[in-house]
Design a protein around this ligand. Sequence first.
Ligand code: MRU
Length: 348
Amino acid sequence: MRSVEWHDGVLRLIDQRRLPHEMVILECETPEAVAEAIRTMAVRGAPAIGAAAAFGMALAALRSPASDRAALLRDLEAAARLLKASRPTAVNLFWAVDRMLRRAADEGLEDPQAVREALVAEAIRIAEEDVETNRRMGQYGATLIRDGDTILHHCNTGALATVDYGTALGVIRTAHEQGKRIHVLVDETRPRLQGARLTAWELLQLGIPFTVIADGAAGYFMRKGKVNIVLVGADRIAANGDVANKVGTYTLAVLAREHGIPFYVVAPTSTIDPNTPNGDAIPIEERDEREVLEIEGVPIAPRGARAANPAFDVTPARYITGIITEKGILYPPFDLHIRRALGLEQED
Ligand code: MRU
């Protein structure tokens, strides 16, 4: 099953909080339920929450009792505010909700029923496009992977973090499907352990050799010459190429630079936010301190200890070798190549 799936007017999600221990399917029938699933990270990963939010908008249209178009659009605006408030950093969420609002506002849709049908179709399109986009990034990215490479990977960027196939993990998957013998060093990714819990679970099923490492061990392996390339995903890429991704990414990028290791970000162009000029302008989510102080509900720090829990960090563009998108691999100067990839500036 896909991580985000539409089934007879119900959104079905793989509950990522329960993996790898159990496979539980969460059914969402209202935009409120979708917003809650995103907030609590039952569904997570920038492209997956974008697609889930799109279906949240479709559910809002289907559940709205509005009998005229203006009233339906008002209900959709309310659902958009609710969904956008669920998590602040991944721009795919905002991108998908705004795309759904634009579709709803299409003058050609005359009555509420036409809007409802168009929104369901648009959400399905967003989900299908995501899978296609990931496969294309996989093809571009795999050209950078050589037979015998060891790849360092952070967080989870696989089928679970997307609708299917994955971004950085999609590149790894394509290289493996091409017959390249690769090994993945899987950062455990504290505090929520997306690497140890989710990436390891996916790699095991795909038969791709891997080793889970503590986040703090990344420098050790780089210094030993054991890492050929670092591949990570992104939650928001600013107009200048600065990248917000799971906390710990910045550390890896600086370490990679120190050791002369190529550092690539793999993300669809829907993760690029041309309205955010640089990384300082990206809102960074602060999550509950219990995520740091406990593991699966078990306290690991003394009672009374306090924690800070930024969920993401920003890697300045100067540390990034290239950004692998569905339109090709972007290299510095990122501001120019991002504008061209988004069609905001013509090629010479
Ligand atoms: O907090 P999460 O688990 O939603 O964070 C996910 C990441 O940071 C991923 O690297 C990013 O969304 C890209 S996933 C294809």
